[in-house]
Design a protein around this ligand. Structure first.
Ligand code: ADP
Length: 638
């Protein structure tokens, strides 16, 4: 007798979501059904250990088949099966507390692609994403009879007796085909199903099998191949490898095996630079295998890049990019976390606040930084290679969150400097610092050479002080967050006052400044549209002029900020510094006293030169050139 029954209310809602799902990752249905089958076998096995009425066996199998003509996919297991009551209770009612909670939160909201479906799976009902009808035939070892459960994903389902005699469950999906709706023919394909098993269920511990038909060369009576003759042979093939790499003994897994695993899993062609394998046992038990790629993925800095580690719970693949496991600045790491403490069905919201995940993230972060420190110490070459690829991320890590992590990261940052050919750390900079040096100097330029020849280096070179070369956009922002290292403040070579002179030299310049007050004021007035001040320099030795910025925004930061989207117009204060000991200054004094009308041209030429040296573009190159020409003609004519 066929009975018709109504689904429970929440189940109806979930079913409705599934049937009308716009979720693009519909392929997860297979993972869900295989996971159920595997659980059912677990249950049978455990029960058989203590129940004498049950046959003891190790012959377990999850079988997969499909029929292109009938448009069906069938998943069969020899697990615990379901009695009549269990079919009603388990498939007629939503079982997962997480899902129920999620649905309650979703009231009135639209379910988006990225929402719960597929991220965690919604179990059995996910079959309805691609099926117009689902048939479950099941036999429990505790029931004489077997039953057939059928539903078309609407309000009701039917149950009737069936004639299955062997223990277990058989789930048949009738793949949806509709004139105007999407069809899911792609799943009715041997290759597709095989790759889905590989992708999602490779580490399920029971064999997942499928009949495969192959064309093989025909053999003659003596067993030799007959040329040009083929025959088709059907063989049962096990699709999954069953033993996950992390279930092997860490010491038995060769680095080459891990490299291959990395390349296969994370679609890379190059070996990883480093792998980190941790087994943690205790209040929270998990394993993690994390890789640092050899090369940064091409889209690492694009918005589309998704960070995250694969998450497995109890051998079942939960999700591909669990971002909660990776701090932003380590977004480049790949790998996986396996924990038996996590449940399969936690919703997204729960995930975000999941304390276990948070804890794993923190432990992993520490572990990774630790390994990087070791690498820096023991294999500096390799660390340098790492830093070239991913150093910017660590710098970002310092800058992010108002420097929350600067202590953890500052010793991992490498710098090029004016006096060193190799990268050095801040610690090394301090070790080599002359005793009279009070600050850590840095300059911003695309290359070390550009800084080396810049006028601001005059005095520093004389003193033998080294200067950090900042060439990444993030650098100055990072330095601003760091402020100091080991109590030594950072100091830009072209900002503010360098304070490099001794008292008598300082007094001399002060006196000269008072003496030439009128001249400096006049220059300042001429250039007032561009500069904030004109001063006698304390940092120049051989060069005639330079441009520095005030204490706030630097030229480099001005550039970076103005490049960012939005129409900001931030300006760094410009200060023109003139070398009082240079012949040019005496020339200007002379012009000021004897040839007043030429002073304008002199001032603008000076300013524009300083701009060019600083790598900034000048506003009116034509007028600059005209002024130069005028002066040259005049000089030659006189
Ligand atoms: P979950 O597996 O997370 O509990 P599902 O909606 O996938 O949720 O399945 C609901 C219940 O149906 C399961 O808990 C299980 O008791 C039963 N079930 C599903 N598939 C099978 C199967 N292949 N064999 C035995 N029982 C099953």
């Amino acid at each position: 007798m066929k009975e018709k029954m109504e689904f429970k209310t929440e189940s109806k809602r979930l079913l409705n979501l599934m049937v009308h799902s716009i979720y693009t990752n519909k392929e997860i249905f297979l993972r869900e059904l295989i996971s159920n089958a595997s659980d059912a076998i677990d249950k049978y096995h455990l029960t058989s250990l203590t129940d004498d009425k049950l046959e003891k066996t190790n012959d377990y199998e999850i079988h997969l088949s499909f029929d292109k003509k009938k448009r069906t996919i069938t998943i069969t297991d020899n697990g615990i099966g379901m009695t009549y009551d269990e079919l009603v209770a388990n498939l007629g009612t939503i079982a997962k507390s997480g899902t129920l909670e999620f649905l309650q939160n979703m009231k009135g909201k639209e379910l988006k692609d990225t929402d719960l479906i597929g991220q965690f799976g919604v179990g059995f009902y996910s079959a309805f994403m691609i099926s117009s009808k689902v048939v479950v035939i099941s036999k429990s070892p505790f029931s004489e009879k077997s039953y057939k459960w059928t539903s078309e994903g609407e309000d009701s389902y039917t149950i009737e007796e069936a004639n299955k005699t062997t223990r277990g469950t058989e789930v048949t999906l009738h793949i949806r085909k509709n004139e105007d709706e999407e069809t899911y023919d792609e799943f009715l394909d041997e290759y597709k199903l095989t790759s889905l098993v590989k992708k999602y269920s490779d580490y399920v511990k029971y064999p997942i099998t499928m009949e495969k038909t192959k064309e093989v060369q025909k053999l003659d009576d003596e067993g030799k191949e007959i040329e040009g003759k083929y025959e088709s042979v059907t063989e049962k093939e096990t699709l999954n490898s069953m033993v996950p790499i992390w279930n092997k003994n860490k010491s038995e897994v060769k680095p080459e095996e891990l490299n291959e695993f990395y390349k296969n899993q994370y679609f890379d062609y190059t070996d990883p630079l480093l792998h980190i394998w941790t087994d943690v046992e205790g209040a929270l038990t998990y394993k993690a295998i994390v890789f640092i790629p050899g090369k940064a993925p091409y889209n690492l800095y694009s918005e589309k890049y998704e960070k995250g580690l694969q998450l497995y719970a109890k051998g079942v693949f939960i999700m591909d990019k669990c971002k909660e496991l990776v701090p932003d600045y380590l977004r480049f790491i790949k790998g996986l976390v396996v924990s038996s403490d996590l449940s399969l069905n936690i919703s997204r919201e729960i995930l975000q606040h999941n304390r276990q995940l948070k804890k794993i993230e923190q432990n992993l972060e520490k572990k990774i930084l630790n390994e990087l420190e070791k690498l820096l110490k023991n294999e500096p070459e390799k660390y340098h290679a790492f830093f070239k690829e991913f150093g910017v991320n660590l710098k970002y890590g310092i800058y992010d969150n108002f420097g929350e992590k600067k202590e953890m990261l500052q010793d991992l940052i490498l710098f090029k400097t004016v006096n060193n050919d190799d990268y050095i750390t801040l610690k090394e900079y301090l070790e080599k610092m002359p005793t009279d040096q009070k600050e850590i100097y840095y300059g911003s330029a695309p290359s070390k050479e550009a800084i080396k020849v810049s006028p601001q280096m005059d005095m520093l070179k004389k003193k033998g002080y080294d200067v950090l070369v900042l060439s990444d956009e993030i650098d100055e922002f990072m330095i601003n967050i760091l402020r100091e290292y080991d109590k030594k403040p950072f100091k830009s070579i072209n900002q503010g006052d360098l304070d490099l002179l001794d008292e008598s030299e300082k007094t001399k310049i002060k006196e000269k400044e008072t003496e030439q007050k009128d001249l400096l004021e006049t220059l300042k007035t001429i250039l007032s549209s561009e500069v904030k001040d004109v001063k006698l320099s304390t940092r120049l030795a051989d060069s005639p002029v330079c441009l520095v910025s005030g204490e706030g925004l630097s030229f480099e930061m001005e550039k970076v900020i103005n490049q960012m989207p939005g129409d900001k117009d931030m300006k760094a204060d410009k200060i023109l510094e003139i070398n009082p000991n240079h012949a040019l200054f005496q020339a200007i004094e002379k012009v000021y006293n004897e040839d007043r009308e030429s002073l304008d041209d002199y001032a603008w030429i000076l300013y524009n030169q300083a701009m060019l040296i600083e790598g900034l573009s000048i506003k009116d190159p034509v007028s600059f050139a005209d002024k130069m020409v005028k002066l040259m003609v005049k000089a030659a004519g006189k």
